[in-house]
Write a protein that binds this ligand. Structure first.
Ligand code: SF4
Length: 81
């Protein structure tokens, strides 16, 4: 079975995971999405997929797009050292 078929978000409104931004107005929505991710059995797989595929939008594996960009930049800098 594919990890996507085991995600806790399969029972949620997909729009919850795609806030319009990461500003103050979206914080509540992001936290609600993260709460679902925290109880998800495939959080690691989902996060790794989003990082590997540079997903530009949405909450994946409990991380926002901005957090993934920071993580990717940090990994890229670590590789250059
Ligand atoms: S970690 Fe979050 S976005 Fe990823 S499959 Fe699980 S609930 Fe869905």
């Amino acid at each position: 079975m594919n990890w996507r078929e085991r995600g806790a978000c399969r029972f949620e409104d997909p729009e919850l995971f795609f806030p319009l931004g990461e500003g103050v107005l979206s914080l509540r929505q992001i936290e609600q999405a993260r709460a679902v991710c925290r109880r998800c059995p495939v959080l690691r797989e989902c996060r790794a997929f989003a990082l590997r595929n540079s997903e530009y939008d949405g909450v994946w594996g409990g991380m926002t797009a901005g957090e993934r960009r920071v993580a990717a930049r940090s990994r890229s800098e670590d590789r250059r050292r």
